[in-house]
Write a protein that binds this ligand. Structure first.
Ligand code: HEC
Length: 203
């Protein structure tokens, strides 16, 4: 048995999530769920990143707003409907507070991601997942860090560098926008997945 699995088992027992024998099953389950969650989020980010780059280069930033505004939430809700998980994007500095505000667990993981990044860990591989109990219900929760790339700066960088057209459009749609002033390599937020343990993974 590898070290990670042993550690997980002892955590589950300590948390009172289960007995030792069912903790072995839970640890296997957490490892499997992490693999699937990682695969889903990597594919999702590649797909959205590709769509954004394409739209930016062919149609320009004002039109590319629709990738972050429409395509991203639509894709996340499709994955949610098909999997039975809650899949969202969260951040400590949001443009859209309705969709992007983190809950307490997500806020803690974002703070942890910042600490890991400040110690030199790369954002593109950074993930965290664990089984938690909330109000007596078991969930597998997972987050994958989203880093700021240069293509993001057009809409999330310094507002001095934004074109007037874009600034007006963003201001009109998001009067309380906090998602500006980012630099390349900073943590923009994370994709967050919450899976009820009662829903089995697809085979
Ligand atoms: C063309 C403009 C534009 C570009 C470029 C852009 N975004 Fe966004 N982004 C937006 C808009 C508009 C929203 C608000 C979407 C909504 O209404 O939910 C947003 C929201 C987000 C959110 C959700 C949290 C929040 O603040 O509401 C994340 C995460 C995000 N963007 C990450 C990125 C990343 C990473 C990149 C670069 C790969 C990027 N964005 C590039 C316009 C843009």
């Amino acid at each position: 048995m590898d070290h990670n699995k042993k550690k997980l088992i002892s955590i589950f027992v300590a948390l009172g999530l289960s007995s030792i024998s069912s903790s072995v099953v839970l640890a296997d389950e957490a490892v499997k769920r992490e693999q699937v969650a990682k695969q889903v989020t990597v594919e999702l980010m590649q797909q959205l990143g590709g769509a954004l780059k394409k739209e930016m280069s062919t149609q320009g930033p004002e039109s590319a707003i629709s990738v972050c505004k429409n395509l991203a939430p639509k894709t996340l809700s499709e994955i949610s409907l098909n999997s039975g998980w809650k899949v969202t994007r969260v951040s400590k500095k949001v443009r859209n507070p309705l969709l992007g505000m983190p809950d307490a667990w997500e806020h803690k993981v974002l703070t942890d991601f910042e600490a890991r990044a400040s110690k030199g860990e790369k954002l593109n591989e950074m993930v965290f997942g664990e089984i938690v109990k909330e109000d007596g219900v078991g969930y597998y929760r997972f987050m994958k860090a989203i880093g700021v790339k240069s293509v993001c700066l057009t809409c999330h960088g310094s507002s001095d560098k934004m074109s007037d057209g874009l600034k007006v459009k963003l201001k009109a749609e998001y009067p309380m926008d906090q998602a500006i002033g980012y630099k390349v390599g900073e943590l923009r937020g994370a994709v967050s997945i919450k899976q009820p343990m009662s829903i089995p993974l697809h085979p």
